[in-house]
Design a protein. Structure first.
Length: 231
């Protein structure tokens, strides 16, 4: 990739409406153009134009079902890039919540959320720290599961099926905590297990999640995480 190609790719992220759509797509779901238009507060025709650029640039993939067109992030690598850009951008002075509902939503996202397909927010950091403290995860030379970590996943019945070039474990810079949380195949598998086993439940239709009482007990039993750290 040359300088002109890099500049063109970076420009795909450098527009506020497109950025809003990419942040919404971090929930890992496929969205319609109409849904994204409403989320970004732009006209449907404008959203369609933006989405066309993102698809052509390889940032999004699209699929059609009947008359409906759905788009999603092109893969975990793109999700990782969007999350890291958000973390490095920092909070904007003009983005203070303007209502109680917005304040509560922001708090829920900071407490726990999904980042594409893995756990983020204070919950994601607590899990990452606990895995590291127990010698299941190493962070000294990049993220890597130890032999004990691999055995821990196996004992819990969490399969670690690698797909393509996706690393088994990688750090993803958390945009609210400004520290890396566990991503990669292991992060995705642990998030799926937490949701499927009822450790966590989604709040509404967004990315926010909360830990259930059963989840608090499981996180204490398996990782020594105190309930107060994830509430």
């Amino acid at each position: 990739m040359g300088a002109s190609e890099l500049a063109a790719f970076a420009a795909l992220f450098a527009e506020e409406s497109r950025a809003a759509m990419l942040l919404a797509l971090l929930d890992g779901r496929a969205w319609t153009a109409g849904e994204l238009a409403r989320h970004a507060r732009v006209a449907p025709s404008t959203a369609t134009e933006h989405l066309g650029k993102l698809v052509a640039g390889g940032v999004l993939t699209e699929e059609r079902q009947g008359r409906h067109r759905y788009v999603r992030l092109a893969g975990p690598g793109i999700a990782h890039l969007v999350e890291e850009l958000a973390a490095r951008a920092g909070p904007g002075a003009d983005e203070a919540p303007r209502s109680l509902a917005a304040v509560n939503a922001g708090r829920a996202m900071a407490r726990g959320r999904t980042c594409y397909d893995h756990l983020a927010g204070r919950l994601g950091i607590a899990v990452t720290d606990a895995l590291t403290a127990r010698g299941l995860l190493r962070q000294d030379t990049g993220f890597a599961l130890t032999d004990r970590g691999l055995a821990w996943f196996s004992d819990l019945g969490i399969p670690l099926v690698r797909k393509g070039r996706r690393p088994l474990a990688r750090g993803c810079l958390d945009w609210t905590e400004r520290r890396p949380h566990l991503a990669g195949t292991a992060g995705a598998a642990l998030c799926a297990h937490a949701l499927d086993s009822g450790w966590c439940v989604r709040i509404g239709s967004g990315r926010a999640v909360k830990v259930t009482p059963a989840g608090e007990r499981a996180l204490w039993r398996e990782l020594g995480i105190e309930a107060g750290a994830v509430r």
